[in-house]
Write a protein of this length. Structure first.
Length: 232
């Protein structure tokens, strides 16, 4: 059974959910709102955008290329730790069990001081930066997994997009999430929802606001968890 916390974008999911279900209505409605927000961003002058846009990191593919020690969470938080940072690593080392996986990830994310938003990244405060969290369901052929996307400032605007969304898949290079479905449109939408679903991350947990100023990390190496995950 899928439950939504009051005034939160987070959907708390039990271990008994049927992960074989296709994209949910909430996924699709959030995608629609995302398009509306991106259109507003593309058509609005920088000085008229919410204040948090001043904090958005510049898209720097070179910084995250040939980087085999940082993952999507490192990229989303824009900080390199060289040990596959996991949600909860900043303040407490996460012991993640296979059961109740989503709830534990979300709880650890909150422990890292990421604030859950509703279904719009535009609700960030002046001292925050928006990121988006998706989950991939466990099946016979794949394990539970999460994936993060992050908003970035584009120094070389393409199709009128000064702000784009990007991600980093594990040890792979970071990349812009450009959806070819919209390539013939003026705005050339960057669709994180389509990109996520292509890799079976078809549960949208919501947008989160990460603090502008990074906190010291208090943790055991996330690489230990990364390696141990293969044993489960």
């Amino acid at each position: 059974m899928m439950l939504e916390q009051e005034d939160q974008s987070i959907q708390v999911v039990s271990a008994n959910d049927n992960w074989s279900d296709r994209l949910t209505n909430k996924f699709n409605s959030a995608q629609k709102r995302f398009f509306e927000d991106m259109e507003f961003v593309a058509e609005t002058q920088d000085e008229q955008l919410p204040e948090f846009f001043e904090n958005i990191p510049v898209w720097d593919q070179g910084k995250w290329s040939r980087d085999y020690s940082n993952n999507c969470y490192n990229f989303a938080l824009n900080r390199k730790t060289n040990d596959f940072l996991q949600p909860g690593d900043i303040n407490v080392y996460p012991e993640l069990a296979t059961e109740d996986y989503i709830n534990k990830i979300i709880k650890n994310t909150a422990n890292d001081n990421l604030r859950p938003l509703k279904y719009s990244f535009m609700e960030c405060r002046a001292d925050e930066i928006p990121v988006a969290l998706f989950f991939r369901p466990r099946t016979e052929n794949q394990s539970n997994d999460f994936h993060w996307f992050a908003l970035r400032k584009n120094k070389r605007p393409k199709n009128n997009l000064s702000y784009i969304w990007a991600h980093k898949q594990g040890a792979r290079n970071a990349e812009i999430t450009e959806d070819k479905i919209f390539s013939d449109k003026k705005l050339g939408h960057i669709d994180i929802f389509n990109s996520a679903s292509q890799y079976n991350y078809n549960h949208f947990a919501g947008f989160f606001a990460t603090p502008k100023h990074a906190e010291p990390i208090k943790k055991t190496s996330g690489l230990i968890y990364f390696l141990n995950s293969f044993k489960r």
